[in-house]
Design a protein around this ligand. Structure first.
Ligand code: NDP
Ligand code: GDR
Length: 372
């Protein structure tokens, strides 16, 4: 019999790559999607299977991590071998605006899932993966950060995820559940949400190169992140649930890069060389060369400006992970380095916005794509 997996957050970046991976391994995949006024399944539409066909291996259920009766019903119906809890209000800056909701979904939501498994008597059948995060490390205590590094969360998001982390450990210890935390460092891809910094940058670099936009507004350019590719990271999630014994693992590349450097790399992929003038809060990124951009931009044009709105009340300045445990025990190795990641994201956004440029040139499009 094929294994059966249930994924919360299946409509997100990681949910999509994980569903693809599990389907390729022969799993029957069930996902929880939220009801929304507009269709929110764009990332997974290519996986859709008509429920009227025979041997359907991909099924979506309406649900929400704030609704425990819904979770209990779905888990009872699906009887999953594995649950991947990827659903979350995942934007750190937005969590300062919606702290209570974030705690409910990211913290209590994890508890609701674990309790559902326990209430249904599935603690010895169902394995659970919890999407923990490098944001738990917050204010730097030790570098590189590893499984034993103390946590010091710096946002409502990270505090909610801290609860999710410990309640997962507690259910493992109290009830003998196979439950693991993946402490994943930032991972990106062409499917990354448009308001996370990497995708915001690659979208803007592509649009500026194509003459669709003039400037990009960012916050803290000095923040350092350990960026990997989501495709590599979902492989690690799966491996964590295939071991003899449940444990928690750091998943990272071990390389850290500033936001400023990510901007340079992305624009360079579009043929635009950018120099920053280094004036702190008024810092600007200026074009110093424009070789292969499709729209010729004058040398000296300002393409990056700082907007204080994008700074966080408390920031996580430096993240760099040590994935030694995952490499040794899970035999996990990332296939992508940063250059390959930026290259793939830029190619995807350039081809996406070439379509917009074409429609605009023909007078068929009047409004711009918006991502703040
Ligand atoms: P996304 O923001 O792309 O996806 C989040 C998913 O959660 C979406 O499917 C979203 O649904 C769903 N969701 C949001 N609120 C609820 C809710 N109340 N009930 C049920 N589902 C909900 O995140 P990623 O794919 O990037 O991340 C996956 C998980 O991993 C998240 O938990 C995130 O916090 C965590 N994480 C991510 C890292 C990263 O760098 N990407 C690093 C470390 C941890 P909808 O599409 O309807 O909005
Ligand atoms: P992060 O990702 O907060 O690390 O959380 P994000 O891409 O939002 O920020 C990374 C860094 O870039 C700085 N920054 C900006 N960020 C955004 N979003 N927009 C800007 O304009 C901007 N300018 C500078 C930020 O201050 C920050 O330092 C992500 C999410 O996926 C979480 O769910 C996950 O847990 C962590 O990664 C690991």
């Amino acid at each position: 019999m094929n294994k059966r997996a249930l994924i919360t957050g299946i409509t997100g970046q990681d949910g999509t790559y994980l569903a693809e991976l599990l389907l390729s391994k022969g799993y029957e995949v069930h996902g929880i999607k939220r009801r929304s006024s507009l269709i929110n399944t764009e990332r997974i539409d290519h996986l859709y299977q008509d429920p009227h066909e025979e041997q359907v291996r991909f099924t979506l259920h309406y649900g929400d991590l704030t609704d425990s009766t819904n979770l209990i019903r779905i888990i009872q119906e699906v009887q999953p071998d594995e649950i991947y809890n990827l659903g979350a209000m995942s934007h750190v800056k937005v969590s300062f605006d919606t702290p209570e909701y974030t705690a409910d979904v990211d913290g209590m939501g994890t508890l609701r899932l674990l309790e559902a498994v326990r209430i249904l008597g599935l603690t010895h059948k169902t394995r659970l993966y919890q999407a923990s995060t490098s944001e738990l490390y917050g204010l730097v205590q030790e570098v590189p950060q590893r499984e034993t590094t103390p946590f010091y969360p710096r946002s409502p998001y990270a505090v909610a995820k801290l609860y999710g982390y410990w309640i997962t450990v507690n259910y493992r210890e109290a009830y003998g559940m196979y439950a693991c935390n993946g402490i994943l460092f930032n991972h990106e891809s062409p499917l990354r949400g448009e308001t996370f910094v990497t995708r915001k940058i690659t979208r803007a670099a592509a649009r500026i190169a194509l003459g669709l936009q003039e400037e990009l507004y960012l916050g803290n350019l000095d923040a350092k992140r350990d960026w990997g590719h989501a495709k590599d990271y979902v492989e690690a999630m799966w491996r964590m649930l295939q071991q003899d014994k449940p444990e928690d693992y750091v998943i990272a590349t071990g390389v850290t890069t500033t936001v400023r450097e990510f901007v340079r790399l992305a624009f360079a992929e579009a043929g635009i060389d950018v120099l920053f003038d280094g004036e702190g809060i008024t810092e600007r990124g200026i074009i110093i060369a424009c070789h292969k951009a499709e729209y010729q931009l004058p040398i000296g044009s300002v393409v990056v400006r700082i907007d204080e709105r994008y700074f966080r009340p408390t920031e996580v300045e430096l993240l760099i992970g040590d994935p030694a445990k995952a490499k040794a025990q899970l035999h996990w190795e990332p296939a992508y380095d940063l250059q390959a990641l930026v290259g793939e994201m830029m190619q995807a956004d350039l081809s996406l916005f070439r379509r917009e440029a074409y429609l605009r040139a023909g007078g068929h499009l009047v409004h711009a794509a918006f991502a703040d």
